[in-house]
Design a protein around this ligand. Structure first.
Ligand code: NAD
Length: 476
């Protein structure tokens, strides 16, 4: 049993003002593994005040000083990768191997890319008109993160603040506090001045809303659902804060008959199921050219039936449970909606896989003959559920792909380089993967439409945390 009853504020672990608590549970068997104390607006005030004080001097550090601290952070993050991975396996069910090699590794990958970006970012530029441009840290940044990629999201927000000289108050998801505490320990050990990084635990309405509306917070960086992102934007509006949002997705995967069908379908299914389908950028709508549709259905079914589901604590390439009961009920309701609306259930369906009845495990599921107007094609399911939609022409594929409220990612499978380029150019999404090659650390990550605004990662992620100042050249 772990009792998380302190917050990291002003460089020390302090007793919070908030008194309410909530259980921390292991999704693999729903057992209680700890208790989290939830903060109050008073805790947010205290953390923002510490961050505001620290900004005075941290904002004036040199790039070299901040690079040295980031290198120290990198060394400690590498050493504690295993601790981060075990925490995420326990609190949200990421399978051990994936939790270590992908979830926890992201803290290292993003940090290396941010170091390279900061290194290459000029501190001062002379514009063609002779005026001089400088970049300055924006101020105190409020950060609100979700449970599905807990450390990835924290790294994408905290590191650019540390890199640019901004200071921050992080509210991680109340469902994944264990990994967040370890991250705070890493930042502490790296030797950041007191108040540069602060951690307040709590729920959305209690702590998240207080951060979003706080008058001394200059910017809010939010990742989570479109619903909560909209509320954060509203709370931030009176203060005219900068708000960056990384929200939901319903990403299309366009499969043309000229691709290596066997490989591309198998990978597309696996990518949709990765992290038990709980990824904002998962390729959840597989659009397949009619001429290869029947074959694609067979291949998708075979891949889904080969997908192993098992205990997250075990090493291997299986998927784990969904992270909680609410998520489990939601995925079941979506599978039921697919059946009710007349989609063809190729494999999977309602209920839990045999032998895994204790945790929030679900059956990898594929629906075919889906119409893009159906609920399962429009709404984020956030579970291992793939929908397959046939198309006749390239033009129709692009139209179906773009017919969504979201625009986070899109995937293209074709043997024709010219088509890959042509189609990628017309997709209304921020991140395009082609033939299994995704984008890398250091590239901007973010979406169009209701998937949000702003970009995280690399130089674009740094720029979101900076103000731009221009001054006239000195004339005597
Ligand atoms: P969520 O919106 O319920 O919660 C996200 C965070 O917001 C949590 O810390 C929560 O406490 C907080 N929150 C909730 N209501 C709030 C409010 N009114 N004011 C301030 N804060 C509030 O999302 P979740 O269930 O934790 O995460 C899943 C969602 O996140 C999915 O929609 C997924 O697509 C999205 N997501 C997006 C990205 C991306 O980069 N685009 C990455 C990961 C997850």
């Amino acid at each position: 049993m772990q009792t998380l009853d302190t917050f990291y504020i002003g460089g020390a672990w302090v007793t919070p003002d908030g008194q309410a608590t909530m259980p921390i549970r292991n999704p693999a068997d729903n057992s209680r593994i700890g208790t989290l104390t939830l903060g109050s607006p008073t805790d947010v005030d205290r953390a923002v005040s510490a961050a505001k004080n620290a900004f005075e001097s941290f904002s004036r550090t040199t790039k070299d000083e901040r690079l040295a601290l980031l290198h120290k952070l990198l060394e400690i993050t590498r050493r504690r990768q295993g601790d981060l991975a075990r925490a995420m396996t326990t609190e949200m069910g990421a399978p051990a191997t994936m939790s270590h090699d992908v979830q926890a590794a992201s803290a290292i990958g993003h940090l290396e890319a941010f170091i390279a970006a900061l290194d290459g970012l000029p501190e001062e530029e002379t514009l063609p008109n002779g005026d001089i441009l400088t970049r300055e840290p924006i101020g105190v940044v409020g950060m609100i993160t979700p449970w599905n990629w807990p450390i990835n999201q924290i790294a994408l927000k905290v590191i650019p603040a540390l890199a640019t000289g901004a200071t921050c108050v992080l509210k991680p998801s109340e469902h994944t506090p264990l990994s967040a505490n370890i991250y705070a320990e890493i930042v502490h050990e790296a030797g950041y001045p007191a108040g540069v990084f602060n951690l307040v635990h709590g729920d959305g309405p209690g702590v998240g809303a207080a951060i979003a509306g706080h008058p001394d917070v200059a910017m809010v960086s939010f990742t989570g659902s479109t619903r909560a992102g909209t509320e954060v934007s509203r709370a931030a509006a009176p203060g005219v804060k900068r708000v960056t949002l990384e929200l939901g997705g319903k990403s299309p995967n366009l499969v043309f008959a000229d691709c290596d069908l066997e490989t591309r379908i198998a990978e597309g299914v696996a990518e949709c199921f990765d992290n038990t389908g709980q990824s904002c950028n998962a390729p959840t709508r597989m659009l397949v050219e009619r001429s290869c549709y029947d074959r694609a259905k067979q291949l998708a079914r075979r891949a889904a039936e080969a997908q192993k589901v098992d205990e997250p604590a075990k090493a291997g390439d299986h998927i784990g449970p969904l992270f909680d009961e609410i998520q489990y009920d939601r995925v079941q309701a979506m599978i039921q909606a697919g059946i009710d609306e007349g989609a063809t259930l190729l494999t999977g369906g309602l209920g839990k896989p045999e032998g895994l009845e204790d945790g929030w495990f679900v059956r990898p599921t594929v629906f075919a003959d889906v119409d893009n107007a159906m609920t399962i094609a429009r709404e984020e399911i956030f579970g291992p559920v793939l929908v397959m939609i046939p198309f006749e022409t390239e033009e129709e594929a692009i139209a179906i792909a773009n017919d969504t409220d979201y625009g986070l990612a899109a995937f293209v499978q074709t043997g024709d380089a010219a088509r890959a380029r042509r189609v990628a150019d017309r997709l209304r999404a921020g991140v395009i993967a082609i033939n299994g090659r995704g984008t890398d650390y250091g590239s901007p990550f973010g979406g169009y439409k209701k998937s949000g605004n702003g970009r995280e990662g690399g130089v674009f992620g740094l720029e979101d945390y900076q103000e731009i100042k221009v001054r006239a050249p000195f004339v005597a």
